[in-house]
Design a protein around this ligand. Structure first.
Ligand code: GUN
Length: 294
């Protein structure tokens, strides 16, 4: 068996096209969805990610702005900017690019973002909403993108064995919660899991976000599994590699995502979706307010 290679760029293009129509509908009502991205310091990878977010916003018709702070910026000045953006009616989504410099308390900064504008889904309100299965939260963009890929490819989730390798707050944990909400049987493993293969071999859907190049090899994969590789690792020779040995595993899986060009384009796309959804919800709320006061 040779796996179907899931083209994340093509799925992202399709999803962006659908959401562009929603942006156009908002624009008819005089609303342009707006995203503010806060970046602190000079992390080169973060700069690339932020550039991609700005580019995607322009492509779908959103307003975006980048708020840059020096690496030694104090917490107060950033908190004040977040407060300003919380009050700004032209901004519907706010995110702080991670990682942030170590002197800053990430929880405090992320917690200052209005829950209605938390399009990264990192505020504890949105995290808790994911745990209890609240509908109206913003799902974190990378696992949301993986879920979208699975659904786009009509890969069944309900009742399936899902193994998530990697237990980060950004990917692994929310991914597990999202698929539990769809009635999958989910196991979470990580880099310290003893005999990782005894878990991965059971997976109908294997999602790997461990940050460890080529951690998953063909003997660790069940024949016919769908394998989603969230890892992006830069090797010593400058090339990119995922967490999955693509060439070996593609001969055994039924679906596989490449790196690059798999999950990556979906993360940015789901950020766009969350921002447009935030603008729509805000417009609905304003409408309700007008209806009550008139
Ligand atoms: N750094 C790596 N992934 C992400 C993400 O999804 N959001 C933010 N804000 N920072 C990140």
């Amino acid at each position: 068996m040779t796996a179907k290679i899931i083209d994340g760029n093509a799925v992202a293009r399709h999803v962006r096209g659908e959401w562009k129509k929603r942006v156009e509908a908002l624009k008819v009502r005089g609303i342009t969805p707006g995203l503010s991205v806060i970046i602190i310091g000079n992390n080169p990878a973060s700069r690339v990610y932020v550039r991609n977010k700005v580019k995607a916003c322009a492509e779908v018709g959103l307003h975006s702005e980048v708020h840059e702070f020096p690496v030694d910026a104090g917490e107060q000045v950033i908190l004040e900017r977040i407060e300003e953006l919380n009050r700004n009616p032209a901004i519907h989504g706010i995110l702080v690019q991670l990682p942030m410099p170590p002197h800053l308390e990430a929880r405090r900064l992320l917690g200052a973002i209005s829950i209605d504008k938390d399009v990264d889904g990192f505020h504890l309100y949105n995290v808790g909403g994911l745990v209890v299965g609240e509908n109206n939260i913003f799902p974190p963009c990378t696992p949301y993108g993986v879920q979208c890929l699975l659904e786009y490819e009509n890969i069944p989730i309900e009742g399936q064995n899902v193994v998530v390798v990697g237990a980060s707050n950004i990917v692994g944990k929310p991914m597990a919660l999202m698929l539990m909400a769809k009635d999958a049987t989910v196991s979470i493993c990580h880099i310290k899991t003893r005999d990782l293969a005894q878990f991965t071999i059971l997976a109908d859907i294997l999602i790997v976000a461990a940050g460890c190049p080529r951690l998953i090899t063909a003997p660790m994969v069940k024949r016919g599994a769908a394998v989603i590789d969230v890892g992006i690792n830069r090797l010593a020779d400058g090339t990119l590699a995922g967490d999955v040995d693509f060439d070996g595993v593609k001969e055994k899986a039924s679906f596989i995502t490449p790196v690059p060009g798999g999950v990556g384009p979906m993360t940015v796309t789901m950020l766009i979706c969350n921002t447009v959804a935030a603008a729509e919800r805000n417009a609905a709320k304003q409408g309700e307010r007008v209806a009550v006061t008139s």
